[in-house]
Design a protein. Structure first.
Ligand code: PEP
Ligand code: MG
Length: 566
């Protein structure tokens, strides 16, 4: 058999070899001609299916947050919104009134919104996939369909599909599945994003040629080159296996011209620490402590928190652990704290605003635990404050640290004041970065929130996902401005938003002057490798050209061309 290569877009810099299983999201629908339809009965079936869908989405959100990441899990909130969308509800209702069986009513109700999204082009068009995901879920529930069970695939399977929804992708177990390829999709489609988080080899957007690949065929999924190789020869198979062994670099890395860049991991739960260590992270660049407060009935007390922070420091005795104080509100509610019902929680009381207001007690307890942890044993602790928008908030937070230190001193308890820093996540913080940097040891840019606030495009709103582009010149310029302010005031500058974990952006970020990059543990090896390939002078020139781009499209084209094309 001769080797045949199909091309698409590589989603993960990994390769896998395995046996094809075709997966179809389509369920068998009843023939509308044959069906006798009682709109009342169909309406009730629709309501029941919606309820089941809601329950499934909740479970999948939880599983995704655990397996893939909190950020990625947000897509299921968007799906819940689509389930309750009035345009869809009206569409279903009018199709039921026209005596269509509910499966067809659902299909018809989603058709227009899907077409509208597709018509918008660019990244927004990819949101049509979310609508399809919700539609297919409803139809599957209604049809009681049993398809290929993605949770139970045999080891070494390569999944081929027209498209994979976020829910489908989150069900793929990276230990068993060798990769996937889809007919549709681009680099920023959810399937591609999830594949990166799961370190799954994936090629998306292969086009209709993919349909010619038969069930049971042997294929190589080369997520780096964006190729699907059918009936690969021995050489190609071996090459695929070899790229799977990503080299773990345990030691800190430098650029090709010898500049040290710290590559750290983002963690949310103590169980993630070991994985971060195993992937070669130099330390923790973002410990999202709100996860310690979730899934329980009362907040962890000072001693429990102290133990948790000590555990992190002991996992990285030679590195630094940056703990972020509680960041709740927005999309991170904690049931026992009775958060206010706000019209727009992302612009409301979240992050440091709560710590300096209604959660002042929790803030103090957390700081006591942190200052105690900083005094003992191994490891270097740093503490940063989330969602700062004004220098006054920093003043208040620093005063609280001072008061906590005084109280511990008076009580005769051992403590040390750790390095202190501010997260740069709001335009307010960007424009006052010099004032902030002058008073702290470091700044860390949270591009997830910064992009949402600079672009006025809510994080969980899939309708404006196209605008949430961290490579937009406005976001790039905000980053550059922040880096400049930090260095002017001798503060080190890190980045802990998703952007930091994309090895394709490492050169740009080093060129912009970042000293530290922190990401989900899985991409640490790739980013470390990318750092080693960067020449800082070339990178600075590359970054300064990107900053001059007039539009996202121009900036992206420039960034993707890399310095090698210049
Ligand atoms: C960010 O906003 O970029 C960030 C890292 O914080 P989180 O994702 O936890 O809001
Ligand atoms: Mg944030």
């Amino acid at each position: 058999m001769t080797e045949r290569t199909l091309t698409g877009t590589g989603a993960t810099p990994r390769s896998g070899v395995g046996t094809v299983v075709w997966y179809s999201a389509d369920a068998d629908l009843p023939d509308p001609e044959d069906a006798t339809v009682d709109p009342e009965v169909e309406r009730k079936r629709f309501e029941d299916a919606r309820e089941t869908a809601r329950t499934e989405l909740e479970a999948e959100r939880e599983r995704t947050a655990e397996r893939v990441g909190e950020q990625e899990a947000g897509v299921f909130d968007a799906h819940r919104q689509f389930l309750a969308d009035p345009q869809i509800e009206d569409g279903v209702e009018s199709a039921l009134e026209a005596a269509l069986p509910v499966e067809h009513a659902v299909q018809r109700a989603f058709a227009d919104p899907i077409e509208q999204f597709e018509g918008m082009g660019g990244r927004t068009a990819e949101r049509a996939d979310d609508l399809r995901d919700v539609r297919d879920r409803l139809v599957r529930i209604l049809a009681g369909d049993d398809r290929v069970d993605l949770d139970e695939l045999p080891e070494g399977t390569v999944v081929l599909a027209e498209r994979l929804t976020p829910s489908d992708t989150a069900r793929l177990d990276p230990d068993r599945v060798a990769g996937f390829a889809t007919v549709t999709g681009g680099r920023t489609s959810h399937a591609a994003i999830f594949a990166r988080s799961l370190a799954l080899p994936a090629v998306v957007g292969v086009g209709d040629d993919l349909h010619d690949v038969t069930e049971g065929a042997t294929v190589v999924v080369d997520g780096d080159a964006g190729e699907l190789v059918v009936d690969p020869g021995d050489e190609r198979r071996e090459a695929a296996r070899a790229t799977n062994d990503v080299e773990i670099r345990e030691e800190p890395v430098t650029t090709a011209d010898g500049i040290g860049i710290e590559v750290a991991a983002n963690v949310g739960r103590p169980t993630e620490l070991e994985a971060a260590n195993a992937r070669g992270a130099d330390g923790v660049g973002l410990y999202r402590t709100e996860f310690l407060f979730l899934d329980r009935d009362a907040p962890p007390d000072e001693d429990e928190q102290y133990e948790t922070y000590r555990e992190a420091l002991e996992t990285f005795p030679d590195g630094r652990v940056v703990v972020r104080t509680l960041d709740i509100g927005g999309d991170k509610p904690i049931p026992y704290l009775e958060l206010p019902d706000e019209e727009n929680p992302f612009l409301g009381e979240r992050g440091i605003r709560r710590s300096l207001g209604p959660d002042a007690d929790l803030f103090e307890t957390q700081l006591r635990a942190l200052l105690r942890a900083a005094a003992d044993g191994e490891g270097r602790l740093a503490v940063m404050f989330p969602l700062v928008a004004t220098p006054e908030e920093l003043t208040d937070a620093l005063e609280t640290v001072g008061a906590v230190a005084d109280a511990l001193c008076e009580e005769g308890v051992d403590y040390a004041v750790p390095e202190l820093g501010v997260m740069i996540e709001t335009p307010g913080a960007v424009f006052t970065a010099p004032e902030l940097a002058a008073r702290v040891d470091f700044l860390s840019i949270g591009t997830n929130d910064l992009t949402q606030y600079v672009m006025a495009a809510a994080r969980e709103n899939e309708r404006v996902a196209g605008l949430r582009e961290p490579r937009h010149p406005a976001v790039l310029r905000a980053i550059a401005r922040t880096v400049e302010a930090a260095h002017e005031h001798d503060a080190w500058i890190g980045m802990c938003g998703e952007m930091a974990g994309d090895p394709e952006l490492t050169e740009l970020l080093v060129g912009l002057g970042l000293d530290e990059l922190s990401m989900s543990a899985v991409t640490v090896p790739e980013v470390k490798a990318a750092v080693q390939g960067v020449d800082t002078e070339d990178a600075a020139e590359h970054a300064s050209d990107a900053l001059e781009a007039a539009t996202s499209t121009e900036a992206i084209a420039h960034i993707e061309s890399g310095t090698t094309d210049r």
